[in-house]
Design a protein around this ligand. Structure first.
Ligand code: AMP
Ligand code: ZN
Length: 468
């Protein structure tokens, strides 16, 4: 039974799709004014883990992600470069997809661009105007917050003064009330991108796109909506207001919000010199999988404090997984496992699922996996783990990888983990000593390898080694 913290109620609730079959889910995608940063990808990776967990429950998924390819920043930057917004954003859409692939993020069923849905957005504005939930000021259109008494429930605003959040529109437009927000913007400059639509000439406000696209593909009421915590207000608050005022239905049943990533305890900012994109970390020699591992190691409702030491730790943890799997695969095992060993394996598998079902507690899930690794390593030392369990454990790690995407591949089997690299270097040192007929040194290296549990065999095809 999967339980998730629903921002709408502030409580842990049992989640199931409304029709018992297909999860209809919308996530706010990237704003493609620049490359996505490692904070953005924390949210996207956790959404991917949620997606994979939902599928593991046997539900079908209809997962829609938008790409915000028109907003004030995009317009300003495109103008600086002398490009139209489509040409300007193309590179960032592409790099977003490349980075997502590198991080093992599954593609949503639908990836949709705001600029391809302007008529749908205009239609929504027209409905809101018709129903008296919106009003015009010149060519611009605003949402009338006073006409929607439930406004702010998601953010628990309770009529509190609304302080503009990071992405509140700061343009100087005439509004009836400071709480009202823009639905449709009249062009400010001659060279600004504009659309001629049923509600006039101009461009959509930011919040409008997600309502229009979500309802187009998922219907007026759907199961799940996700994003980073910064989106609770105003973005998601306004999405709810627009959609529900237009349809009279509850827009979304479950709202899930991912806490932010900070760097060394601080908000990431170019001005602080602590701003990283995925490629910045890859250039420093980290693998995308280690970065994904770091994301997964912290439950989504906790802030993630990014440090390079933490990232190294993540890489090291993956080496431990790789080492274990190599040992499991290549070790000489007795035929049967002890009962205690078999029980430990089943328990670990159960605890993994319990952790995932407990508000997607990925830290608990990983802890269950590492408990098994520890226990199984001891079991391998003591001949308690037999061939009857080998295949099951291997299969479980395939399942863990399907769910979390953090199990290292064994393409570079034997020389991939820290320990394996060490062994390979020692084997090479022994061969070098033998070539120079320094047999004393060769023997001492061989003893060192033997102490590490490594058996070295000299064959006509060269030296082979394996763990005992
Ligand atoms: P944006 O490209 O700014 O529209 O953001 C894309 C996604 O990243 C949204 O779900 C944001 O809430 C999320 N996000 C932005 N900054 C961070 C951060 N520092 N940590 C985690 N998620 C973030
Ligand atoms: Zn959105």
């Amino acid at each position: 039974m999967l339980r998730l913290t629903n921002t709408l109620t502030g409580t842990l609730e049992t989640f199931e799709p409304a029709d018992g079959k297909t999860v209809r889910m919308y996530v706010c995608g990237p704003t493609v004014h620049d490359y996505a940063h490692i904070g953005n990808f924390r949210t996207f990776v956790l959404e991917d883990v949620l997606r994979r967990h939902l599928k593991s429950k046997g539900w079908d998924l209809l997962h829609v992600m938008n790409v915000t390819d028109v907003d004030d920043k995009i317009i300003a930057k495109a103008r600086e470069r002398g490009l139209d917004i489509r040409a300007y954003t193309e590179r960032y859409v592409r790099s977003f997809l490349e980075d997502s692939d590198a991080l093992g993020i599954e593609r949503p069923e639908m990836l949709v661009r705001a600029t391809d849905h302007v008529p749908e957005m205009a239609a929504l504005v027209a409905t809101l105007l018709e129903k008296g939930h919106a009003y015009r000021d010149g060519e611009s259109v605003y949402f009338r917050v006073s006409g929607f008494p439930e406004y702010g429930r998601l953010a628990r605003l309770d009529g509190k003064d609304l302080k503009p959040g990071a992405r509140v529109d700061v343009d100087e437009y005439g509004k009836e009330s400071p709480r009202d927000f823009v639905l449709w913007k009249a062009p400010k400059h001659d060279d600004e991108p504009r659309w001629e639509t049923a509600v006039g000439v101009g461009r959509p406000g930011w919040h409008l796109e997600c309502s229009a696209m979500a309802m187009k593909y998922l219907g007026p009421a759907f199961d799940l909506h996700c994003g980073g915590v910064d989106l609770v207000f105003p973005h998601h608050t306004n999405e709810i207001a627009q959609s529900e005022a237009a349809t009279g239905r509850t827009f979304v049943r479950f709202w899930i919000h991912v806490e932010h990533l900070k760097v060394e305890g601080q908000k990431m900012a170019k001005s602080l010199g602590n701003f990283y994109r995925l490629r910045d970390l890859l250039e420093r020699g980290f693998s995308p999988q280690a970065i994904r591992y770091l994301y997964v190691s912290v439950p989504y409702r906790k802030q993630l404090n990014f440090t390079f030491a933490g990232l190294e730790q993540a890489a090291h943890s993956m080496d431990r997984i790789r080492e274990f799997l190599f040992r499991l695969r290549t070790g000489r095992l007795p035929e049967r496992s002890t009962e205690a060993m078999t029980a430990a394996f089943h328990q670990a598998r159960e605890r993994f699922e319990q952790g995932m079902d407990d508000d997607l507690n990925t830290a608990l899930a990983l802890a269950a996996m590492f408990d098994l690794i520890r226990r199984a390593n001891t079991g391998l030392d003591a001949d308690e783990l037999g061939r009857d369990l080998r295949g099951d454990i291997e299969k479980w790690f395939v399942e863990i990888d399907r769910r979390l995407g953090i199990v290292p591949s064994d393409e570079d089997d034997g020389v991939s983990s820290v320990r394996d690299r060490e062994v390979a270097a020692l084997v090479e040192a022994r061969n070098a000593a033998r070539r120079s007929r320094d047999f004393e040194r060769a023997d001492s290296v061989r003893r060192q390898l033997s102490d590490m549990g490594v058996v070295v065999e000299d064959t006509p095809d060269g030296t082979r080694w394996r763990y005992r």
